[in-house]
Ligand binder design. Structure first.
Ligand code: ADP
Ligand code: MG
Length: 327
């Protein structure tokens, strides 16, 4: 045990036994060896590739101090599953590294309640992690499988002429953050849930992965994240303001604060933004509709670089940016 691990020797191991040791969710979990040894041993399915991602949530940076632990457990996993969704990966395994100021078992129990509830929904197995003492920080590594036949769903595969689509509405999480920063406490549940309980768009990911050329999940705002696709693919795009899926309260906010760009610049939406060739449009729309999954076509990919937004016939050039940690 390293010096910085929770130094309550027996406690550390009872915490691991009590909270992190779960039997695999189902027989075909691919877990040969889970929590309890030096490594987990995992067996990916034949004809799949392993998709691996990691995200860290730091107290005071990614969430407000005192955020509900159960909601944090959900979000810490959700943001990682969102990355898997963006690559067309089926989630399989997850690892969890918790750094805690104190071995607060009530907090850990609440956190794991939110974490395991979402893991259970997606038949994901917790196969290992680390538990250390320090300022509150949560790191999750998620692993999934992508069939070898899936060749798109990457940032660098958008083609000129592709339609640009969103899996759902944007700007609600940005609106929640705005209210929180204003010190407001009574925020409508649909608004605060968008920020604190984002739902990874895994069903949409499965439905589109055969057809989508490029895909990204929206963590830092549409302008910046779509910008990553455009830059990686060496293309540009035009969007149509009127086609953006904006809830009534988001539209009201934009009007009242005279800030029409908020839904494009604010982060934490965790919707998928993907591009698809027009020839696949009908098949894709029909497939999503058959599963009751939304699809909003908001613009198209162009040869000319940059990101343009058409608002009532006027064209505005948008900066390819949103939330940034080091600026
Ligand atoms: P080591 O010292 O070999 O790294 P640890 O004492 O850190 O082992 O962990 C013992 C076992 O418990 C390992 O299998 C590890 O993956 C697992 N584990 C520790 N912390 C967590 C956690 N937060 N979530 C899931 N598994 C954990
Ligand atoms: Mg360890």
């Amino acid at each position: 045990m390293g010096k910085s691990e929770l130094s309550l020797d027996a406690d550390e191991f009872s915490i691991i036994r009590q909270f992190f040791t779960h039997p695999p969710q189902h027989a075909s979990s691919g877990v040969l060896l889970g929590v309890g040894d030096d490594c987990a041993l995992l067996q990916p399915a034949l004809d799949t590739r392993l998709a691996v991602t990691m995200d860290t949530l730091v107290s005071g940076v990614h969430f407000f101090e005192g955020t509900d632990a159960e909601r944090l457990g959900h979000k810490a996993l959700a943001v990682n599953l969102s990355d898997l969704a963006a690559m067309g990966a089926t989630p399989r395994w997850v690892m969890l590294s918790l750094t805690l100021p104190e071995p607060d078992v009530v907090w850990i129990a609440d956190f794991m309640k939110g974490f395991m509830a979402l893991a259970g929904q997606h038949q994901l197995s917790l196969v290992g992690g680390d538990t250390t003492r320090g300022p509150l920080s949560i790191t999750v590594q998620a692993m999934g499988e992508v069939p070898v036949a899936i060749v798109g769903m990457r940032r660098d595969r958008a083609k000129v002429g592709d339609l640009i689509c969103l899996s759902g509405g944007i700007g609600l999480a940005g609106l929640a953050l705005y209210h929180l920063l204003q010190g407001q406490t009574s925020i409508e549940s649909s608004v605060i849930d968008a920020l604190e309980k984002p739902m990874p768009q895994l069903a949409t990911s499965l439905a589109i992965r055969e057809w989508a050329n490029a895909c990204i999940d929206l963590s830092d705002g549409l302008a910046q994240d779509l910008g990553h696709i455009l830059t990686a693919s060496g293309v540009g795009a035009s969007l149509i303001w009127e086609a953006l899926p904006l809830a009534e309260c988001v539209l009201d906010h934009c009007q009242q604060k005279d800030d029409p760009w908020m839904p494009l610049m604010a982060g934490d939406d965790y919707q998928l933004c993907f591009t698809v060739s027009p020839e696949h449009r009908d098949a894709l729309v029909a497939r999503l509709a058959s599963e009751n999954l939304p699809c909003h076509i908001i613009g198209h990919v162009e040869d000319r670089s940059g990101l343009r937004l058409n608002v009532a016939g006027q064209t505005y050039e948008l900066p390819l940016r949103g939330f940034r940690h080091f600026s």
